[in-house]
Design a protein around this ligand. Sequence first.
Ligand SMILES: C[S@@+](CC[C@H](N)C(=O)[O-])C[C@H]1O[C@@H](n2cnc3c(N)ncnc32)[C@H](O)[C@@H]1O
Length: 163
Amino acid sequence: MGDTTAAIAAMFPQYDFLAVEVHAPGVGGLLKLIEKQKLQNIRVVRHDAVEVVEHMIAPGALAGVHVFFPDPWPKKRHHKRRLLQPAFVHALAQRIQSGGYIHVATDWQEYATVILETLRAEPLLANTVADYAPRPAYRPTTKFERRGLARGHGVWDVIFRRR
Ligand SMILES: C[S@@+](CC[C@H](N)C(=O)[O-])C[C@H]1O[C@@H](n2cnc3c(N)ncnc32)[C@H](O)[C@@H]1O
């Protein structure tokens, strides 16, 4: 609902953020937070992230990318709907400047292993740690993450650098 984006943008006023989401209530939630907190460094696009990355972002234009809790599509026959496919990861990596980063967080263990392998297989990226990274202080825990953790579910952070 935009809470995390608003919190991170408030933490880093020196950076500009482009928030991408298709879900109207999420976009609306973020717009409300921007207004309430008078945030000056967020732009919002309500559109498919794959198309935004392919058509609206120049190579090397991004200092970093956050993909927090992408839909896990748990059923095997739905895995093709997952956002983090090799071709999209490659397109994202091309748009990150050298030394920039991509940070993915998921609470779905099997997707976490697939994400780790997909990013490892991308030649433009290098892992910042051996496998899963500790949660950086800038990523606040979400309401739904706290609920999951209370039930004993885990969260996995995957952080790679652009070579
Ligand atoms: C599980 S929710 C997580 C939302 C939020 N990032 C969080 O951590 O609470 C996944 C979100 O990804 C959005 N989404 C899925 N595919 C997308 C795409 N191709 N482009 C933009 N947003 C997408 C969905 O609308 C949904 O709000």
